[in-house]
Design a protein around this ligand. Structure first.
Ligand code: PLP
Length: 435
């Protein structure tokens, strides 16, 4: 039961800081809205896994952490995690190129995703990808055809759907039999037999990913147990499974009342279910490595007193942070100037300037008084924040800043209006300028 302060963010001398840097300094330098990431926060999240894994590694369990880039694919964030020892899990050629550009070698990259194109598969095989995680029978045929054409055998995992309910939000549950992901467990033997028969495929791994934002270990343990049983059966079928990919999904506390996920019990579940198989294990955490290490800094444009409600109108909007609009997600909102403990709380609706009622970050949130022009920060915004941001309402992409100690750097700048316009072109049947 804590999501603040974190290793990255705290009030110091009455002002919210990212490590040694006051957020007001960053706002002055890059404007708002802006994402701010903490190196110390990323390191703490990495060590929450890595330190727990160390004794199991010492016992001989081979285990790799491949960071799921889709949570936050900023190059500097990827590089920070890569320097700590992370490989990568990617779901598109764009993400694969980012992982490579950030310095992660191809033999430490897993390519997942339910709808890969032949071009993406060719690109992955050409660079020497560690593993392609295949999700359907037609994809097996396609990967076989591409691998055969290129003369490059494809090391593959088959992602199975273990039919467990992760008990998470419907839009981020992926391991129930009605979800679009993976091959039904009951068809897994057929799928591996088909893979063995097809030219160009090396079926080496079983993969799962049951969903995101799981705060309890029980669904993981159920799913991992099913994987272990399947690996035994496949080996009896003569398929030499040497790797297991257990996906991502460990959650993070967004609300002060949320439980802290228990890395110890998560890793114990892995060791106890699949530890005896002698397989190399891959984990693909995304959210839990980056969420708490980032915040979205914004400014209050107006405090609007309605007849029935008070609104804080921010300069950040749903295009910058989609999670509240998409999943009704909660992000704790703090004033950058520390409120006195005596300030009264009152309910406000926190909204952005986009022309949609869905552009609402919070309803009836209890907040201390915040003046127009004040800076505020949405916490736990390092995952699925900037990565999901867009330009709806022709708002420029939100910039990203990385802090370490007393220093900060703009790691993605805000594009200019001219740059955005330059992507578009009048067709020659329309006159270049209005007559
Ligand atoms: C989204 C995803 C992940 C990462 O999930 P988190 O909840 O962010 O840890 C890992 N693997 C696959 C295949 C995914 O689709």
């Amino acid at each position: 039961m804590s999501c603040f302060p974190t290793p990255g963010f705290a009030y110091v001398g009455g002002a919210l800081h990212a490590e040694g840097v006051p957020l007001s300094r960053i706002a002055d330098a890059v404007g708002t809205p802006a994402y701010v990431y903490s190196t110390a926060g990323l390191e703490a999240n990495w060590h929450a896994y890595d330190d727990v894994l160390a004794p199991y590694r010492a016992k001989g369990l081979g285990i790799d952490i491949c960071y799921a880039l889709k949570a936050n694919s900023n190059l500097a964030v990827i590089r920070t995690l890569a320097n700590l020892g992370a490989g990568a899990d990617v779901v598109s050629e764009g993400e694969m190129r980012r992982a490579l550009a950030a310095g992660i070698p191809a033999d430490r990259i897993v390519f997942s995703g339910v709808g890969k194109t032949p071009e993406e598969v060719a690109a992955a095989l050409t660079v020497g990808i560690h593993q392609l995680n295949v999700e359907s029978f037609p994809e097996l045929e396609m990967v076989s055809a591409v691998a055969t054409r290129l003369g490059k055998p494809a090391p593959i995992a088959i992602r199975i759907n273990p039919d467990v309910d992760a008990g998470t939000h419907g839009k981020i549950a992926t391991g129930r039999k009605e979800d679009k992901f993976g091959i039904d467990l009951s068809l897994a033997r057929d799928a591996f037999a088909r893979a063995k028969a097809l030219p160009g495929l090396q079926p080496v791994a079983v993969a799962i990913h049951i969903g995101s934002q799981l705060l309890k270990t029980t669904p993981f343990r159920q799913a991992f147990g099913k994987v272990a049983e399947l690996v035994q059966v496949l080996r009896e079928d003569g398929i030499p499974i040497s790797r297991i990919d257990l996906g991502g999904g460990l959650g993070v506390p967004y609300r002060p009342s949320d439980a802290e996920p228990d890395h110890h019990s998560y890793v114990a579940a892995i060791f106890e279910t699949v530890g005896h198989l002698g397989c190399q294990v891959t984990l693909e955490p995304g959210r839990s490595l980056v969420a708490s290490a980032g915040l979205l800094l914004a400014r209050v444009n107006f405090v609007k007193e309605g007849l029935h409600r008070r609104f804080l109108v921010l300069d950040a909007a749903m295009n910058d942070l989609m999670r509240p609009a998409l999943y009704d997600a909660w992000h704790t909102l703090l004033p950058v100037e520390e409120p006195s403990p005596a300030s009264p709380l009152s309910p406000v609706d926190v909204v952005g300037p986009v022309c949609e009622s869905g552009d609402t970050f919070a309803k009836q949130r209890e907040m201390p008084p915040v003046a127009p022009g004040a800076l505020v920060a949405f916490l736990t915004a390092g995952a699925y924040g900037a990565a999901m941001s867009g330009t709806y309402n022709s708002r420029p992409l939100v910039p990203e800043v990385l802090v370490t100690g007393d220093s900060f750097a703009v790691v993605r700048r805000r594009p200019s209006f001219e740059e955005s316009l330059a992507l578009e072109k009048m067709p020659d049947w329309l006159s270049p300028t209005p007559a």
